[in-house]
Design a protein around this ligand. Sequence first.
Ligand SMILES: [Zn+2]
Length: 429
Amino acid sequence: MVILFVFSALLISSYDFNMSGTNVNVGSISEDICPDDSIPSDFQTDICVIKGKILPDEGFSGSMLALDGIKPEHAIEVTSTLKDHIDFRFLSAGEDFEIALDKEKNIVSGFSYMPDPVTTHKLTRNEDGYLEYELIELPTDIRYRHVSGKIVSTLNQALNDAGVTPSVAAVAYGILECIVNFRSDARKGDQFTVFLEERYFNDVKLKGGKVLLASYDGKKTGYKVAYAYRDAENNSAFNAHYSRKGEALIRAALRLPVDKVHVTSSYGQRIHPVTGKKTFHYGVDYRGAVGDPVYTVANGVVTDTGYDPVSGKKITVRHDDGTKTVYYHLSSILVKKGQKVTSRQQIAKIGRTGRVTGPHLHFGVVDHRGKWVNPMKRKMIATPKLQGERYARFLVQMEEVDNLIKEHINNEKMLARYTLIGLGGNELF
Ligand SMILES: [Zn+2]
């Protein structure tokens, strides 16, 4: 009995020490382990590390709460710190994270989110008691890939045969679908090209990749091409693919309701930031400053404007296809009921009216049957056209991509030539 008592006293004292310390290394603990009296003290740890994965259709909150011992306040603290550093739109199911808690599972001492083998978004409790963010990135090398083929069966099949991962293939397909009407204009023997930027770590390709260019050369369509545009900021709503003239690719789809994409809460289960209860969030929250512009996402008619204590100042717009979009927590409303609005027209300003913790736009979409749907699953695009400084920047980026492709094709030719000689070809002799 006495021995046991001393044993647990030791554990408590080391726990106190660690809680005030700053060197809680979440990433280095390789086992899912919590303090356990059956383990000899030499192997004992006073930090409990719980491993989890991002679940389909759940954000961090939902995925964390699915784990044993994680309380709503843990999830709230972690997500509210992370949202300043991570664009939650790009979470995907199956990604790993770890939460380190004290032995009693009361306080989060650290958190790590590893979207890929080279990136760790890490939170560590600092001396002042706050969770401090750190991005750890291992060096990777960038390689380019030129995927080109003829339309024999379907484009998807061709991309798949070329070993393009499904998510990147979907992006490429979406671009090509916008520049060519496959249904009426595609012909057998038409040629497509996709130029990709991919990252490697120790010669292993990381998931994902960027489509820098997609082009189509067809009997009926002629040559069509689209390039990626990258704004100075990673979360700019302008980051998308455009024609050489800077025109956005989507024909009649949704645009974004804000200038800057900073999603603080996405569609689905979440812990309500005010009530602390687990609720379903029927929209997307975009962070912004009071007074920032709010735009309609497509042409339509304003069917309602008003105020209620929960949504604050609000607008509803009905679009041509029967879809409705809602905009909540506004500081001011710039349109009237019955007014016609066009895509990307400013209709309001971001505010903090209603039940909120800070200024943001709550944006929701109701489909033509009256059902709430996930706005993120809708095709959205930044803006109809790149202009001014942005277009100038785009011109430079297009030239860079063109040069990269030329260089890449030359290298491939050199390699082919070298291989030929190596195989006993006599081209040079
Ligand atoms: Zn909301």
